[in-house]
Design a protein around this ligand. Structure first.
Ligand SMILES: [Zn+2]
Length: 330
């Protein structure tokens, strides 16, 4: 009995030692800039910039924050898929600097040519790193409505985000529009690995697309999926719910949200955002029916969701305003 206890304790001590050793190994992996484990990477410090979430599929988790010099505009997720012959990049971060960090993370994994740089939609935190990839001469891939939407806002986006980051951090950032416009489901070849681009109807914006790696069942959803970070509405709240409902029917091994963890289970990951959009819709419809104004709505609608999301104070009222404008014409 006594011996049994001792050998049990010895085993526990050995396990502790093993665990300490694997911790050391994990720490040394981080120094290389790319880790296999799901940690929470960011642009600063020694954390890995991108994690391998499935074989040869990498994702980066941006800060859940507003644009600020300290985060260099690294406030959204991005990723890349490595085929036999080439690499596809999905989103590029919120400044040329963040794009350069992503480029570096790719080069730590592979020297293969970067054939495609895909933007999931036009928002600056997803496209402003594009210029870091120009020298690779990839095809820049976007929804067929992306160029129009981004061009219309280019001046304002550059001014506002340049101001928020400061000239030094923002240096080199510019608008790089798609050279390959996507109107229908499109397959891109990385050599022995096809990725599928699926444009969506108006939802988060009017130019959302998703990227599906069929080999691993990984889907990059862009800002059709938010987690941790409150959703931001710049398209159609009804369209967004409808797109989420359709996508939830399509199986995936894992998804990468535009904001939140680098990898999430599907369709469970959609539940909180789908709930948020429904609450806002239902409560605005009730306000409109009772002849309340937009101003009334911004004071009450959706406030039960306050504790469920980070950055609620920064975006929620704007979401209510956008949804109200859409729903009052039903
Ligand atoms: Zn967005």
């Amino acid at each position: 009995m006594r011996n049994d206890v001792r050998s049990h304790l010895d085993r526990r001590a050995a396990l502790r030692l093993l665990s300490a050793l694997s911790g050391l190994l994990a720490a040394s992996t981080k120094i290389s800039g790319v880790a296999l484990a799901e940690t929470s990477p960011n642009a600063s410090g020694t954390s890995p910039f991108a994690v391998e979430i499935a074989p040869r599929v990498y994702a980066h988790k941006g800060h859940v924050a507003l644009y600020a010099p300290a985060n260099e505009g690294d406030i959204s997720n991005a990723g890349f898929v490595v085929g036999r012959d080439a690499v596809a990049v999905i989103d590029t971060g919120g400044s040329a600097r963040v794009g350069a960090h992503l480029h570096q993370a790719i080069r730590q994994v592979t020297q293969l040519p970067i054939r495609y740089v895909i933007n999931t939609h036009m928002h600056p935190d997803h496209v402003f790193g594009n210029s870091a990839f120009e020298a690779d001469q990839p095809a820049f891939v976007g929804h067929h409505k992306l160029a129009r939407g981004l061009s219309a806002r280019a001046e304002r986006y550059l001014a506002i985000n340049g101001e928020l980051l400061g000239a030094d951090v923002f240096a080199g950032t510019k608008i790089v529009l798609p050279t390959l416009a996507i109107s229908d489901v499109t397959k891109l070849d990385l050599g022995g690995r096809e990725i599928i681009i699926e444009p969506q109807k108006t939802a988060h914006t009017d130019n959302d697309l998703i990227v599906r790696d069929s080999e691993t069942g990984t889907v990059f959803l862009g800002d059709l999926l938010f987690s941790e970070h409150i959703p931001t509405l710049d398209g159609s709240i009804l369209g967004w719910m409808s797109v989420l409902d359709t996508l939830a029917q399509a199986p995936a091994q894992r998804v990468v949200p535009g904001h939140g963890p680098p990898s999430m289970p599907w369709p469970d990951a959609a539940k909180p955002i789908r709930h948020y959009l429904q609450v806002v819709t239902d409560e605005i419809r009730a306000m409109i029916k009772a002849d309340h104004t937009l101003s009334d709505a911004t004071k009450t609608v959706g406030f039960s969701e306050r504790d469920a999301w980070q950055l609620f104070e920064d975006y929620h009222v704007r979401n209510v305003s956008a949804a109200f404008a859409e729903l009052e014409w039903e």
